[in-house]
Structures are given as C-alpha cells and as structure tokens.
Design a protein around this ligand. Structure first.
Ligand code: SF4
Length: 221
C-alpha cells in the first residue's frame, strides 16, 4: 500500500494533532471504563455493532452477575444472553463470551495475556479489541483503530482502507514511533470533536490543509 500522504505530511499531521488534541490522561481507564483486562475484553466484545450507552447497559447487567471467567462459566447461557440483550447480537455474543472464558482458563489460567498474538488467539477478540486492550489496559505503544480512528485516518489520507483492521495494519507501517503512545487519543478526539461522521467541521480542523478529503470537497465545489 502507498500512503496517500508523504512521510513529511504524515509527520506534520501528528505534530498538529499533538498540539490541538488531548493525549492520554493520567486517569485514562480501560475501554468503556472497565477496571481490569478481563472486563475490558468482554466489554469490547459487547460493543460490536452497539451504541456506547447500550454497551454500557449490557456490561453493567453482566458484571453485576460475574466478573471472573470461572463465575461467568457458572452462569446459565440464557442468563448471560438476557443480561446483555441491550447491546444486540446477544446469542452470538453469549457464545463468544463463554468460548473466551473457557480458552482463557485453559490456556492462560484465567489471566488475560498482554501480547497481541496471545489476545488474538482468544475467541471473540479481533484486532481492534486486542489493540484497545494493549493500549488502555497494558499501556503498550499501539494505535488502536476504532470506528473514529478508522474514519479520520482514511479521510485525511494517512491510510487507504475499507476496514478497520486494514487501517490498523497500514497505520502501523507509516506512523512515526513517537506517535504510538498517544496517537490513538489524538485521532479519536479529532474524530469525536471535529471530524464527525456526518458533519465534519473542516473549517475548524487543524489538519485541513493536509487532508485529502477536504481537498477533494473543495475541488468538487
Ligand atoms: S479537514 Fe475535514 S475531513 Fe479532513 S480531517 Fe479535518 S474535519 Fe476531517
């Protein structure tokens, strides 16, 4: 893949974002605010195709019943499914949660591994979940690609990918190393505050002179 932006432009994008957007805060918690790696992984699974508030409701219901793999496996399937109903796809997610808990106990004694390879080998954990857990829970230098980061990277022209996993692979190859610790936070904040899905505020955007999407919209005017 050829990055749409030159190496120099990629560097400029991240320097601007570092100036304009907040990075990792000292109180940054696990994904969806969960306090440990196990609950962070399960929350990531629950969040697939679900709004934040629906994921939060499902997680709250489920973790009121169980917070360890052993306790989760002791629950009847239908209790798990009923608890996580707010986040949708609850039958599939129930199967994934149970398979995840079984493998976690069998292969890791119940402790969530802190490597991408180890996380990806667990049922229900894809690249996005693995990288989010590596970044938020284990403090690793990884730019996790969620829906905001995926949209922003492809609009700017940092990457050229149709799916978040591919964006993550491309990003890994082009970003300067100094961006890895906080890059996720800068990109996600740009996506939430400025480069929103339906109405990007390009005029106020700190990287608009470098952005391929903005250049294209100006050409089309
Ligand atoms: S210029 Fe517009 S499209 Fe490009 S990153 Fe900024 S807000 Fe998003």
């Amino acid at each position: 893949m050829k990055p749409q932006l030159s190496e120099d432009e990629v560097e400029k994008v991240f320097r601007r974002l570092r100036e304009a957007m907040p990075g990792r805060t000292p109180d940054a918690k696990g994904p969806k605010g969960q306090p440990d790696a196990f609950r962070s992984c399960i929350s990531c699974m629950l969040s697939a195709q679900s709004l934040d508030r629906s994921t939060a409701a499902a997680a709250r219901n489920l973790f009121a019943l169980a917070t360890t793999p052993e306790a989760m496996l002791a629950l009847p399937d239908n209790r798990i499914a009923s608890a996580i109903k707010p986040c949708g796809l609850y039958n599939m997610k129930t199967r994934n949660i149970l398979a995840f808990c079984e493998t976690l106990l069998a292969d890791h004694g119940g402790t969530v591994p802190n490597t991408r390879e180890g996380l990806l080998a667990l049922p229900g954990i894809g690249r996005k979940c693995a990288d989010i857990v590596l970044n938020f829970v284990f403090g690793k230098s990884v730019i996790a690609v969620d829906t905001h980061v995926h949209r922003v990277c492809n609009r700017i022209g940092l990457t050229d990918a149709s799916a978040a996993d591919k964006t993550a692979q491309q990003l890994e190859r082009i970003v300067p190393r100094w961006t890895l610790r906080d890059g996720h936070f800068w990109l996600i904040q740009l996506g939430k505050r400025v480069c929103r899905s339906r109405a990007p505020d390009c005029i106020a955007c700190p990287v608009n002179d470098l952005c391929r999407y903005y250049a294209k919209t100006k050409e089309d005017e």
